[in-house]
Ligand binder design. Structure first.
Ligand code: SAH
Length: 465
């Protein structure tokens, strides 16, 4: 199996996998050896290969030790295991890339949390049910799936093996967890005895994607080797997770939870959206980006107004984008309406060509979620690279927090909250650096001492006619 990225510097893949691109490393497995090597490692493109070398003799004795109920006889020695990717490759992946599967990275923590362009190739995979099953499993996870059946010799038709290629922009840990679960599912023949702790493995590896997967029943049944009791228990846990995720839909807006009573009656979040939409209209913006759109409350307001002809919601969180998609009921809109709206997964601290050329970009309650050392990267990506005509930024006013009963900041994920002077200084510096003029406003009840609860900056670039 190979994993490639073109995220520059691509050799960072070595940090994420905790394997040095210059070395060939060997790992002992119950039925042979696993090797990790990097057939290519340049700044532009890097590929890591996981090679599993299975020894049929070790496999047989390992099997006997595990008391697996396999049929005796020649089948133990003459089979496809050494030659095709199977559940054994998934076990090797689990062992060799353990910390990458967990999404942990000592050297590149931020990159580990960021979706990056990935290509995964499994040259020979045993695939029960054929190419169509592989696509049904990988497509809903954001992969472009290409499955090529491998023909038998001399016109005997297709074998039960396929070549699998996946392309997509995902976090490496998500990609590895997909493979860890779905390779054995496609193989559908576990090489070891399936014990109850397999449920834990499945739930852990499936966190965040399995509960909502349209094929979760098939995946669970096959992963647990069709053991009815285990499958039932696992599906019950997934159903609970599914309910919990659905409830997120009903949750209050993330940044309103700590705001006081009177704000909740005319919620500050509503006032923020109204102010943002009013300014977008005033600017005559038609093609609008909502950067860090979250669950899509602003998008829902924008969709209602026909003057916004192209509306893009972008966020790093697939979970939020899924909620936004449901909230907007995209599947129920007529095609012409649906074409106005797009939801893109992206990390705002990296340049993204898709975001160029828009009339306006909104960063509503987003910058305070970015680590201060990464803020310059966001400035470059938004003001420098995407470079819309206008940029609308809202952020909390830290001075106003005296009106709330707060132990710390307004939201646990805030990395900072600025005073009016701090926000003004930041806005002035960014405007100057990227060639914009900036106007500052307040949103919400204005207090003579501490100002308004939300700060609002409107940046506009001069455009030659
Ligand atoms: N704009 C929305 C959501 C604000 S919460 C609203 O006002 O309701 C902040 C959002 O920014 C979250 O959805 C979070 O996933 C997103 N976000 C934070 N850092 C990001 C980054 N580096 N790239 C893209 N999105 C980011």
């Amino acid at each position: 199996m190979t994993v490639s990225t073109t995220h520059t510097p691509a050799t960072d893949l070595g940090f994420l996998l905790v394997k040095h691109p210059d070395r060939v490393q060997q790992f002992e497995m119950p039925a042979g050896q696993a090797w990790v090597m990097f057939p290519e490692a340049t700044a532009e493109r890097c590929t890591a290969a996981l090679l599993l070398d299975i020894d049929p003799h070790t496999l047989t004795s390992a099997r006997n030790r595990a008391k697996a109920p396999e049929s005796a006889g020649l089948g133990q020695f003459v089979n496809d295991r050494p030659y095709a990717a199977s559940s054994m490759l998934a076990s090797a992946l689990g062992k060799v890339f353990r910390s990458a599967l967990r999404g942990a990275s000592k050297d590149r923590p931020e990159l580990a949390a960021t979706p990056i362009p990935l290509e995964i190739a499994v040259p020979v995979l045993r695939c029960r049910g054929g190419a169509e099953v592989a696509a049904r499993l990988f497509d809903p996870l954001g992969w472009a799936t290409s499955v090529t059946p491998i023909p038998l010799d001399d016109g005997w038709g297709d074998s039960r093996y396929v070549e699998l290629r996946l392309t997509g922009t995902l976090r490496l840990s998500d990609a590895l967890n997909h493979l860890y679960v779905l390779l054995p599912v496609l193989d559908d023949a576990k090489h070891y005895w399936v014990a109850p702790d397999e449920i834990e493995k499945l739930i852990r590896a499936g966190e965040g994607w399995l509960a909502d997967h349209p094929e979760r029943t098939l995946i669970t049944r096959r992963f647990l080797s069709h053991r009815r009791a285990l499958t039932g228990a696992a599906l019950a846990r997934l159903a609970e997770e599914h309910r919990r995720l659905a409830e997120l839909d009903e949750r209050p807006e993330p940044d309103t939870v700590d705001e006081p009573e009177e704000e909740r009656r005319q919620p500050l979040a509503v006032q923020r959206r109204e102010s943002v939409v009013a300014v977008l209209r005033e600017l005559g913006a038609a093609r609008v980006l909502d950067l860090g759109c979250g669950p899509g409350a602003l998008l829902a307001d924008l969709v209602r107004d026909r003057r916004f002809t192209e509306i893009v919601g972008a966020d790093v969180s697939t979970r939020s984008l899924e909620i936004a998609e449901r909230r907007l009921r995209l599947d129920r809109l007529p095609e012409r309406q649906r074409d106005r709206i797009k939801l893109w997964q992206t990390a705002l601290t990296y340049r993204d060509d898709r975001l160029r050329g828009f009339d306006a970009a909104v960063l509503m309650e987003v910058i305070e979620h970015v680590d201060p050392p990464r803020l310059a990267a966001l400035e470059d990506a938004v003001f420098g690279h995407a470079a819309p005509v206008s940029v609308l930024v809202t952020t909390p006013n830290a001075e106003y927090n005296v009106h709330y009963e707060l132990a710390g900041m307004r939201h646990h994920d805030h990395r900072f909250e600025w005073t009016r002077a701090e926000f003004a200084a930041w806005s002035a510096r960014v405007a100057e650096h990227y060639g914009y003029t900036v106007r500052l406003h307040g949103i919400g009840e204005h207090d003579p001492e501490s100002g308004a609860p939300t700060q609002f900056a409107v940046f506009t670039r001069e455009v030659s006619a």
